[in-house]
Structure formats: C-alpha cells, structure tokens
Design a protein around this ligand. Structure first.
Ligand code: PLP
Length: 384
C-alpha cells in the first residue's frame, strides 16, 4: 500500500533522530516564549531587532485596519495594489538605495519568482552550496543548469564560470548564511559577475535590518555600488518583525519581474495591514542603532562565555551563533537538557545542514538582555 511506505519512512525518521515536532506558543513572539504554561527564554526566532511585538507596529496595524480594511482582494496586477503597498515599495527602494522595489508575500515566493524570471533552459545558475532551500527550489523551477560551488569558494566559482557555455548566467547566494551566520564575499561576487557578464542575486533574509549603516543590509555592509546586474532580495518576516519580502534592483529588472515573476502575478496581494506595519518597522530599523549594538554586545558576551569550553561556535559576526554538535541524537539531547532548564534553543539537523554537523542554532535578538545570555552560557558550561 502506498501509505504503508509513508509510515515506514516516518518510523525511519524517528529512528534517525530526524522527526520534526512543533510547539504551540501561548504568548507573542519575544525573548520569553510561553509553552505549556511555562516561560522559556527563547533563542529560536529570527526577530533579530525585537520588533515582532513592538507597540509602534501594533499601532500601525490598528490605524491601517481602519484605513484599509483587512484584505487586498486581488493580485497586485488586477486590483490588489493599494497605496499602502505602493508607499512601502517606495520607502524600501529609498532605504536600500536601489531605483525601485517590488513586494512579495514571502521570501520563499520572492526567490521562486526571481530566478525563473531571469533564467531558463540553456542558461546556468552558479549557486553557493549552503544556499537556502528556497533558492535551491527556485533553480529547479527555472530549469536552468544548477552548478553549485563549495561554500564561499570564489576560485571554484570562477572555474565553473570559465567552463560555462550557458547563454545567460546568474550567480545566486545567501548574503548571511542562515545556519552558519557568516557573510558571503559579496564584493568579490559582484566583481566576478561583471567579469562574466552575469546577474548577481543576493538573498539578504538575515542581513536586512541588522547589517550595514542604519540596517540597510549586507550590500551596504560590504560597500557594494548599486549595479544594474545586482538583484537584492530582503525578507520582512525576520528583523523587520512582520512578514513578506521585497526585491530591489534597477528600474528595468523590477519592471521585468513585475511582468513575469509568477509568484508575484498569480497570488493575492498581502494584506495592506502588513504594509502599514512594515512602514512603521522601517522607521524603527533606520533609527535602530541601539538595537543593533545590543545584538553585537550579546554575541560578544556569548562568544566570550563559551571560549575555552568544549562548545565550538562557528565564526559568525551576525545574530546567528551556531554551536556545532555533530551527531543528531546528541544535538537533540543537549537541546532537551537546555529546554529542561528553561532555555529554548533549536537543534538543527540534516537535511537543513550537512550530515554530521547537527548544531544548536542560537539566534540572538536585541530584545534579549545580558541576563538571558548569561543563563544560556551558564547552562552550556554546566552541560560541558
Ligand atoms: C527565511 C529565509 C527565506 C524565506 O523567507 P520567508 O519570508 O520566511 O519565506 C529565504 N531565504 C533565506 C536565506 C531565509 O533565511
């Protein structure tokens, strides 16, 4: 029976420590998560600036609801593009320094829209091996050839490009790698894109709002010029504290995406309430230096606290601070011990990360206090 196969596969996942479970939260996203009536210090969310439950965003949603109602009613190209969306797109373009921006409902959908709009059969995508799942799926959907280079290995990328006879070429990378926290060599990648006449698509899900002057993102952080061949994707459900995503690029590239990106065209416009929340969020991001320095302080505190213990932190300059464990079951055991002590840190296992590199993905937020991080350090030192 076809469903017996499913049961066997579920049983196998359980045996291999790969079964995934979710917990239901009984309070809003924040440094303290309430689960089963218990308050846990959470190091799970990507709410890096602590904006997901910010009063200014809540107020913007309330005002937005009275102004715009709740639903957008149609896709953007039919009648679902409201002034709240238009204003947010203009603000995002101005904020990132690109000529124009286009909103998508989620980062996953943005990626699935961008890549097939730019390349197809006979073209090639050159992708970092550690790219996010949505970028991998996007390439598959495009039907372009998928050439993957070892993580951040620029010489290997150059060799692939030199050997390629593809018509159009696109270099595709996370700006901040979501499970490692390191930053892609963006300046070199742009230079290579120029040399080989390729597009460079940068997914800044974890850098937008966090890195660069005023949180303008990884491209600004790395000092890249605004180039015609650069397509910048930022997500709005992480540091920005709401949901959604945007692409910022040249007039022409955005005009093309608006005409051809299927995940833009064939879906209902996100609620205008989200756009209202995001306009408020953008102002907090721009004036959020105090939040960003708190993040830097907390990361330094965690790194100093674990130095000299058996816990190996990856060399990450961002809010994502992974502790490498290796074995799936051990990663689960450590995460469970922390959980028992009131500390919620997710164990990340294959296929999200490579086999043998299961890890705790400690995700810091400006809403954490030094006392929260101190508790995590003490518990980990104790478990070591
Ligand atoms: C989270 C994430 C996405 C997906 O964004 P959503 O808005 O959550 O759909 C895409 N790329 C990267 C690197 C991410 O971390």
């Amino acid at each position: 029976m076809i469903w017996e196969e499913l049961q066997q596969q579920i049983d196998a996942r359980e045996r291999d420590g790969l079964q995934r479970r979710r917990r239901t939260l009984e309070a809003p996203c924040g440094p303290l998560a309430r689960v089963d009536g218990r308050d846990l210090i959470s190091f799970c969310s990507n709410d890096y600036l602590g904006l997901a439950n910010d009063p200014a965003l809540i107020e913007a949603v309330c005002v937005g609801a009275r102004t715009w109602g709740v639903g957008s009613g149609a896709s953007h190209l039919v009648s679902g593009h409201l002034a709240a969306h238009e204003q947010l797109e203009c603000e995002l373009a101005a904020f990132t320094g690109f000529p124009r921006a286009l909103l998508f409902s989620t980062g996953y959908m943005a990626n699935l829209g961008i890549v097939p709009a730019l390349v197809g059969r006979g073209d090639a995508v050159f992708a970092d091996r550690l790219n996010h799942a949505s970028l991998i799926d996007a390439v598959q959907l495009s039907r372009a050839e998928h050439r993957r280079y070892p993580h951040a290995d620029v010489p290997a990328l150059v060799r692939l490009l030199e050997a390629s006879t593809a018509k159009r070429k696109l270099i595709l990378t996370d700006a901040v790698f979501s499970m490692d926290g390191d930053i892609a060599p963006l300046a070199e990648l742009l230079e290579i894109a120029e040399r080989f006449d390729a597009w460079l698509v940068v997914d800044d899900a974890h850098g937008f709002g966090v890195l660069g002057p005023q949180g303008r993102g990884s491209v600004a952080h790395c000092g890249l010029p605004i180039s015609e061949r650069l397509i910048y994707m930022g997500t709005l459900g992480k540091a920005a504290g709401a949901s959604g995503a945007f692409v910022a690029a040249s007039e022409l590239a955005v005009a093309w995406l608006l005409q051809t990106a299927r995940t833009y065209i064939f879906t209902t416009g996100a609620s205008p309430l989200i756009a209202c929340a995001l306009s408020a969020s953008l102002r907090l991001i721009e004036h959020g230096d105090a939040r960003r320095s708190q993040l830097v302080r907390l990361a330094a505190q965690l790194r100093a606290g674990l130095a000299g213990t058996r816990w190996r932190l990856l060399d990450s300059p961002t809010a994502i601070q992974p502790v490498i464990i290796g074995d799936n079951h051990e990663a689960l055991r450590v995460a469970a011990s922390l959980y028992d002590r009131g500390l919620w840190v997710p164990a990340i296992r294959p296929p999200t990360v490579a086999k043998g590199t299961a890890r705790l993905r400690v995700s810091l937020s400006a809403a954490h206090t030094e006392a929260h991080v101190a508790k995590l350090v003490d518990a980990l030192r104790d478990l070591a």
